[in-house]
Ligand binder design. Structure first.
Ligand code: B12
Length: 512
């Protein structure tokens, strides 16, 4: 029994967990990575994309890996890519079942299961479901009653119930990192990806969490944490196995969920691992003790969402209850202990406009974060904010269908190509000046910003081209010593180009 996973260029923890679980049961796994050169959320160009497209070669590799099951783990941004890939596989061999799982199929399973080239959909957590599916395929006895899975059977769709959420995260084995590490050069393995939690206590209207919260209602506690001992065991194992690791990324929705946990974690982390790390938090979690713990533990970057300067809109439109004073406290605490932090801001929130963006300039100039991530609102399938988008007329039924099919741009930074749907960006030109100013604000002295606000100079910047955004981003990263993010990205692209060209050459000349 063999499962082959197909994935885009980002390391994927779900695939790493599944690989370990399947291997422990004696099943074989393999991973085919499509580097999607010039076809990613933030870097898209149709000419270059076609030039570096090796999908058919990769499909050949999938078929040659001789799988009994093929799995895709999908965000909305990857859905169309995955459908294209699946259709190419089916053309070569229609008999191998294909399963789609991840946040996109969990949000809109009824759309995904109706796709011609998708046989099975996983709604929610995949660990147990995939294992049971592999067993049934291995035993040559088709089992259509596996909780969390939807099947196609005799022209009908079998929808199984959702199984209880995994409560004891420590019961999971450590992710099989080698799956991805074998496909990447050593310099890309210096950044260790690990999650200590599952779930988030907040239900922001633009985020996928409230969808999962609904899907898993009545299926056990939604917000779960691994024990500190379990996380430390993984980190100590990883440090020994991958000595090249230079930093850690903990992209949990909110890492500092529990103070006791953080005290214990940071205490051990400092002693046993002592590498810089980045993580995400909610302003309400960052009191002085937490900021101090993070700083002392080696957190070199903390990211928090604010999304709008208007307290009223934050609560009413986004369902975020933190007040501006609470945000001020969190920010002051970070400044006090010299913890670098960024704040996320969303442009294009329905009912917001120039008035709120000017309010934002004032608030951010008072808070002076290390960096501001100015994003355009992306509407993800089934998120509550879609209803607001409909009310203000940005979204109609046709656009909603496109959102559900992953056919609108998922680039939060700027519009990537002309044929992408515009939605909230219809007024992009009008708001671009603010986005540029927000990005540059941390490097502009406070007094000059005050002057720009007082004299309303923000109104003078118009029709900013994307290149200025890129430059502004680079300047803001340079100012906080994060150039390595760009050098890393450039190295990554060159390595991918080299890999793709080598693969093409080998296929043409040696027919591997
Ligand atoms: C880590 C992370 C990243 C990482 C790694 C991405 C990756 N490829 O794994 C990075 C930083 C690269 C990233 C980037 C982006 N991300 Co992100 N990311 C996350 C985060 C925080 C954790 C995901 C994770 O690894 N979870 C741990 C694994 C084990 O659990 P899981 O993903 O929930 O999967 C479970 C089930 O879905 C299922 N399952 C998953 N895959 C499969 C496959 C099969 C075959 C089966 C059977 C089951 C199954 O089983 C899993 C385990 O139970 C989530 C938020 C969250 N808490 O989930 C956002 C999230 C997934 N990201 C999101 C977004 C929007 C993005 C970006 C588009 C942002 C942007 N505009 O640039 C990019 C897109 C990158 C891309 N490749 O297209 C959204 C996706 C919304 C959507 N509808 O698509 C999320 C949900 C955040 C949110 N709050 O809304 N992200």
């Amino acid at each position: 029994m063999k499962v082959t996973f197909v994935q885009g260029p980002s390391e994927n923890l779900a695939i790493e967990y599944f690989s370990r679980i399947l291997m422990k049961e004696g099943y074989k796994v393999s991973l085919i990575v499509d580097y999607q050169l010039f076809d990613s959320v933030n870097l898209k160009n149709n000419f270059l994309k076609n030039l570096f497209d090796i999908k058919d070669i990769l499909v050949d590799q999938v078929i040659k890996s001789n799988p009994d099951l093929i799995g895709f783990s999908i965000f909305t941004s990857e859905y169309q890519w995955a459908l294209d890939f699946a259709s190419r596989i089916k053309k070569r061999n229609p008999r191998i079942p294909i399963i789609f799982g991840g946040i996109h199929p969990t949000s809109v399973p009824e759309i995904v299961i109706n796709e011609e080239n998708v046989d099975i959909v996983c709604v929610g957590e995949g660990e147990q479901a995939l294992l049971e599916l592999a067993k049934s395929i291995n035993n040559k006895r088709k089992n259509y009653n596996i909780p969390n899975l939807w099947f196609k059977k005799d022209g009908k769709i079998v929808k199984n119930e959702i199984r209880p959420l995994i409560q004891d995260l420590d019961s999971l084995p450590f992710p099989h990192k080698d799956a991805f590490y074998e496909k990447t050069p050593p310099f890309l393995r210096s950044h260790y990806l690990i999650m200590a939690t599952r779930g988030c206590p907040f239900k922001c209207t633009y985020c996928a969490n409230h969808i999962k919260f609904k899907v898993f209602a009545g299926k056990g506690k939604y917000v779960r944490m691994r024990s500190v001992a379990n996380v430390m065991r993984e980190l100590n194992w990883a440090k020994k196995r991958y000595p090249q690791i230079k930093m850690l990324s903990l992209p949990d929705d909110i890492l500092p969920l529990n103070k006791e946990w953080m005290r214990e974690f940071i205490g051990r982390y400092k002693k046993e691992i002592n590498l810089p790390f980045l993580c995400y938090a909610h302003p309400r979690n960052i009191d002085l003790e937490m900021a101090t713990l993070l700083k002392e533990g080696g957190c070199f970057w903390l990211n928090m969402g604010l999304q709008t300067a208007s307290e009223k809109n934050r609560l009413k439109l986004l369902h975020r209850a933190e007040s501006n004073d609470e945000v001020r406290m969190a920010v002051q605490n970070c400044h006090k202990v010299k913890l670098k932090f960024s704040l996320d801001h969303i442009f294009g929130i329905p009912y917001e406009g120039k008035k709120e963006y000017v309010e934002g300039l004032k608030l951010y100039n008072e808070l002076r974060p290390s960096s501001i991530n100015a994003f355009w609102l992306i509407y993800f399938p089934k998120t509550e904010i879609i209803e607001l988008g409909k009310k203000v007329g940005y979204i109609n039924k046709e656009i909603e269908n496109k959102i559900n099919e992953g056919k609108v741009s998922n680039c939060a930074v700027f519009k990537v190509s002309g044929d992408d749907e515009d939605i909230s960006r219809t007024k992009e030109g009008e708001f671009k000046n603010f986005a540029l100013l927000y990005t540059l604000l941390p490097v502009i002295p406070k007094k000059i910003m005050d002057l720009i606000i007082k004299r309303k100079w923000y109104g003078k910047i118009k029709n900013v081209s994307n290149i200025f955004f890129v430059l502004a981003k680079i300047i803001s990263r340079l100012s906080v010593g994060q150039v390595f993010l760009y050098t890393g990205e450039i190295k990554r692209i060159f390595w991918f180009i080299h890999f793709v060209l080598k693969t093409k050459w080998l296929y043409r000349n040696i027919k591997v």
